[in-house]
Design a protein. Structure first.
Length: 267
């Protein structure tokens, strides 16, 4: 199955946007056309079990993304990931390093993440609500937990709708169709040499600030940005500012490529 996706822009560089585990590709509404308008070919997709991509077979998310790149004829791309999408981006870069030019990781998760007591308590609460069949309460728990103080009602409504859709798809799927996490170790991550933007919000859970610390140590070409206004979803909380952050990172990549290869297109 090819993941449901949108493509915009005709530039020589390709940017792939991977959504979080409580959203779908609509979370990039505030960046998708801005990146395309700046001269990039932009791809956003629904991972399997989210949005318009059914959970219809055993799968690995990173391999699904690789297959989408193959389908679109994209050899190499800058991969942007939010939260769980950041984890998928890291897995893709570790397993297929030749396919990833650079990474932009917004409040990223990591493979093998050990949750804090606070995050374990949240997971237990969500599990209890789902087992009780109270999907509405489980949705509101996610909305209240993950959106920071700058999120408006439109952002809350989008997360509410996307999370309910994800619950419906995932709870209906048989166990054998659930995703299989690839074996990616810390040593694998440390071998990722491409430039990486690591952004984290001051209002996010402590786990993700700790992950940003770890990614700064693991990824030799990482550049950290602390967002004093952001919670877990900067792309939804300040869409235009997040678009500017990504555009600045892409411009820096282009400038660096031009310096390394004078007279050759940076993209």
């Amino acid at each position: 199955m090819t993941l449901s996706h949108d493509v915009a822009g005709t530039g020589p560089s390709t940017v792939v946007l991977l959504h979080s585990g409580v959203c779908d590709r609509r979370m990039w509404d505030g960046q998708f056309h801005a990146l395309a308008g700046a001269g990039h070919r932009v791809v956003r997709c629904d991972l399997r079990g989210f949005g318009d991509s059914p959970m219809d077979a055993p799968h690995t998310h990173a391999e699904d993304v690789r297959e989408l790149l193959d389908h679109l004829g994209v050899e190499r791309a800058v991969v942007v990931g939010s939260s769980f999408g950041g984890r998928v981006a890291l897995e893709l870069a570790a397993r297929h390093p030749g396919r990833v030019v650079a990474l932009a990781l917004l409040a990223s998760a990591v493979p093998g993440m050990e949750p804090s007591d606070e995050l374990r308590a949240w997971e237990a609460r969500e599990d209890a609500l789902l087992e009780a069949g109270d999907l509405d309460a489980a949705v509101e728990l996610n909305v209240d937990t993950w959106l920071g103080p700058e999120a408006d009602e439109a952002a809350r409504a989008l997360v509410r709708d996307a999370q309910r859709r994800a619950f419906d798809l995932q709870l209906a799927a048989p166990e054998e169709h659930h995703p299989v996490a690839p074996e990616v170790t810390r040593d694998d991550l440390a071998r990722i040499r491409v430039p990486a933007l690591v952004a984290v919000g001051a209002h996010d859970l402590p786990d993700f600030r700790a992950i940003a610390d770890e990614l700064g140590r693991l990824l030799p070409a990482a550049r950290r940005v602390d967002l004093d206004w952001a919670g877990h979803f900067p792309a939804l909380e300040r869409p235009e500012e997040t678009a500017r952050l990504l555009l600045a990172f892409l411009a820096l990549l282009a400038e660096t490529a031009a310096e390394l290869s004078p007279g050759v297109s940076a993209r």
